[in-house]
Design a protein around this ligand. Structure first.
Ligand SMILES: NC(=O)c1ccc[n+]([C@@H]2O[C@H](COP(=O)([O-])OP(=O)(O)OC[C@H]3O[C@@H](n4cnc5c(N)ncnc54)[C@H](O)[C@@H]3O)[C@@H](O)[C@H]2O)c1
Length: 255
């Protein structure tokens, strides 16, 4: 798929894997709309990146916010790409050592942001892209979601997060099947342990230890490696309906 002069939205685009994807798509000539809750960071990044970068502040779980971001993207160039990077984490055991059950509110929040938010962006972006003129070979666009290796190897305390990411893996094939009729591909990336601002908060010895658990190379993944894969997925029209692990071969132990 020719990326030059397409328009994209990247949710969670103000930080980490989303930011790296924004940079990677821009380098391919894509007009990118950064969609994030964090106004200051989104605005600052868009200003740094120049004319082809825009931003729209909002929440992935809110229909009106997503539609507003798509409107911004549509004004720039034909809207063909949505990358779902927005997500949040949570650590709590099903039952803690004192016998208390996991918070239902926390479980619902994680499912709401990570899974329902991803689906909300996917359905609204797909609806818009489905109405566009097809390109070569009847292709109209592509949607890339972000799961996690926790979808497969959820650790102790990751029950809510793993369930949310497992849902994203699960929706990938039926979404691709549903959207095949309108020429839209759907893929998911399942990252391992990536060196984003979140992990930057950990002390260096702990970061090193996490890297040592990776099969090869023995280090944390780089956000730029995620951004490069996301752009490559967009470019390669024969990739569809798959979840790709980006984890250096890591298989997470129980804890
Ligand atoms: N960093 C890792 O090691 C890792 C591993 C596996 C999966 N992931 C997944 O990758 C994605 C990006 O993670 P990251 O490490 O770059 O995190 P990050 O915290 O650096 O970036 C996430 C961005 O999403 C935004 N966001 C959160 N909730 C939102 C909402 N409701 N609406 C709009 N924006 C929202 C945040 O403001 C933030 O800018 C997440 O889905 C995360 O679960 C990360």
């Amino acid at each position: 798929m020719e990326l030059n002069n397409c328009s994209a939205i990247v949710t969670g685009g103000a930080s980490g894997l989303g930011e790296a994807t924004v940079r990677s798509l821009l380098s391919k000539g894509v007009h990118v709309t950064i969609f994030d809750l964090k106004q200051d960071q989104a605005e600052k990044l868009a200003a740094e990146l120049g004319d082809k970068a825009s931003f729209s502040v909002g929440d992935v779980t809110k229909e009106a916010d997503v539609l507003a971001a798509i409107e911004v993207a549509k004004t720039k160039a034909p809207f063909r790409i949505a990358i779902n990077c927005a997500g949040i984490g949570w650590a709590q055991r099903t039952v803690d050592k004192a016998g208390n059950p996991h918070s239902l509110d926390a479980f619902e929040t994680i499912i709401r942001v990570n899974l329902i938010g991803t689906f909300n962006v996917l359905r609204l972006a797909a609806s818009e892209i489905s109405k566009s003129e097809p390109m070569e070979n009847d292709e109209r666009g592509v949607i890339v979601n972000t799961a996690s290796v926790a979808a497969y190897d959820g650790q102790i305390g990751q029950i809510a997060y793993s369930a949310s990411k497992g849902g994203i893996v699960g929706l990938t094939l039926p979404a691709a099947r549903d959207l095949s009729a309108v020429g839209i591909r759907v893929l998911t990336i399942a990252p391992g342990i990536m060196d984003t601002p979140l992990l930057g908060l950990l002390p260096e010895p702990q970061r090193q230890a996490l890297g040592q658990g990776v099969l090869f190379p023995k280090r944390l993944g780089l956000p730029a490696e995620y951004g490069a894969l996301a752009a490559s997925i967009c470019e390669n029209s024969y990739l569809n309906a798959e979840t790709i692990r980006l984890d250096g071969g890591l298989r997470m132990p129980p804890k």
